[in-house]
Write a protein that binds this ligand. Structure first.
Ligand SMILES: Cc1cc2nc3c(=O)[nH]c(=O)nc-3n(C[C@H](O)[C@H](O)[C@H](O)COP(=O)(O)OP(=O)(O)OC[C@H]3O[C@@H](n4cnc5c(N)ncnc54)[C@H](O)[C@@H]3O)c2cc1C
Length: 385
């Protein structure tokens, strides 16, 4: 299928790169729940993961539309960027709020791949979506912070050198607003003693290298505090538009993969002496999912346009993420249905992509939270929590 696309040169480069990582590669990783290290390495060496890092720190200083094109193409080609996408948006917190010294210390290594910033520790088992109720604490002790607590769903922690950690530096009962008193620390996990930092993998329905992280008196140098103490929640929020945009781009890529796969199969598979795609019952769900994807893509483009012109596309970025996740899920459902029994066969890759696409209804933000944001912050209805 021919789509109208921007950043064609970047996309073409990605298409070439992704050819080396075919369905068999991803199936093997999926079956063994193994980290796609070769794929991440290839992306890093080609500079794609450093797209958003400024040239001064060794990156290519591209706009977010280019980063979106990178992630969308990876997913459109049947690959999965979840192994490394966080680096693109977690890095933004360091870039926007870190000191010049911190940027000089970390960004060049992140850009050339010698340092991985893939882990983002926000969610906790007891607080879930209610981030400000998190219980991980950091107490100042001389030149260090001492961190105690537990994180869950900290993806890629085993494959990352650094973790961006949100923790409480002022107890909840001593702050005026519950969003105050949270701070962001850049934890260099290579320096942590193994008795204080424990990482346990969590097996999930798709291959996602996610973990739970236990922090028991972990010492983090105070020089690794990002920005000002107590303002961490604001810093994390300021990266949300980029995160929503980039994840929406991945969902658009997935939707295109499913739709291409469905349309091709529907045109080739013959039952009752004619292609199954000649039946409107088969055509329509595919066409409907395509229309939904195109609509989501338009909202995503608007979010990107506003972001790149320096605006705050909170509304558009959230809507793009939700609509794109819905469109990819509709396309996934149509793809399984179009393939009949073969939709369930591992070697067709559809069931794997189907499992992968389901995640985006829940993480990194669930659909309910986006609807709540739109209802309260855009439409002005009463707050529910
Ligand atoms: C594979 C995977 C990878 C992840 N990676 C990371 C990561 O790298 N770093 C990280 O910090 N987190 C990560 N997460 C966590 C993810 O962001 C959370 O799972 C998600 O935000 C939902 O939180 P929860 O699981 O605690 O659900 P809960 O907060 O327990 O919510 C459960 C359900 O109830 C709904 N709900 C809760 N409150 C309300 C309300 N007031 N109104 C309406 N609905 C409500 C939610 O929408 C959800 O559907 C990951 C999760 C998964 C599954």
């Amino acid at each position: 299928m021919k789509y109208e696309l921007d950043h064609e040169e970047i996309r073409e480069g990605l298409r070439r790169l992704c050819k080396d990582f075919d369905g068999a590669y991803w199936r093997k990783k999926d079956q063994t729940q193994a980290y796609p290290i070769e794929f991440v390495q290839a992306l890093t060496e080609s500079g794609y993961l450093a797209a958003l890092i400024p040239e001064t720190y060794g990156g290519s200083e591209l706009p977010i539309s280019a980063a979106s094109a990178i992630l969308e193409t990876i997913h459109h080609e049947g690959c999965n960027a979840a192994a490394c996408h966080a680096q693109m948006y977690t890095m933004g917190t360091l870039l926007r709020h870190g000191s010049e010294e911190q940027k000089q210390r970390f960004l060049p290594g992140i850009a050339d791949g010698s340092l991985r910033l893939q882990a983002f520790g926000v969610t906790e088992p007891s607080s879930g979506t209610d981030t400000t109720a998190l219980r991980t604490t950091a107490r100042r002790d001389g030149d260090d912070y001492i961190v105690n607590g537990q994180k869950i769903w900290t993806s890629r922690a085993e494959h990352s050198d650094l973790m961006l950690l949100l923790c409480r530096t002022t107890p909840l009962d001593q702050v005026a607003k519950k969003t105050d008193g949270l701070s962001v620390l850049l934890v260099d996990m290579r320096d942590c003693d193994e008795n204080s930092l424990t990482i346990r993998p969590i097996k999930t329905m798709m291959n996602h290298s996610t973990t739970e992280v236990f922090l028991d008196d972990v010492r983090v140098p105070a020089e690794n505090l990002i920005g000002e103490e107590g303002k961490g929640f604001r810093y994390i929020l300021s990266g949300m538009n980029a995160e929503r945009i980039l994840i929406a781009a991945e969902c658009i890529g997935d939707a295109k993969w499913f739709t291409d796969t469905s349309s091709r199969y529907a045109s080739e598979r013959t039952v009752f002496g004619r292609p199954i795609g000649q039946n409107q019952g088969v055509q329509f769900p595919i066409a409907k999912a395509y229309a939904e994807m195109r609509a989501a893509e338009l909202v995503l483009r608007e979010a990107i346009r506003l972001y790149e012109s320096g605006g705050n596309p909170g509304e558009e970025a959230n809507m793009a993420k939700m609509l794109a996740a819905d469109a990819s899920w509709a396309a996934a459902e149509a793809c399984v249905q179009t393939h009949g029994g073969f939709g369930f066969a591992v070697e067709y890759d559809i069931e794997r992509k189907f499992r992968e696409a389901r995640l985006y209804q829940v993480a990194p933000i669930s659909t309910n939270m986006i609807l709540s944001y739109l209802a309260e912050h855009v439409l002005g209805m009463p707050r529910s929590y």
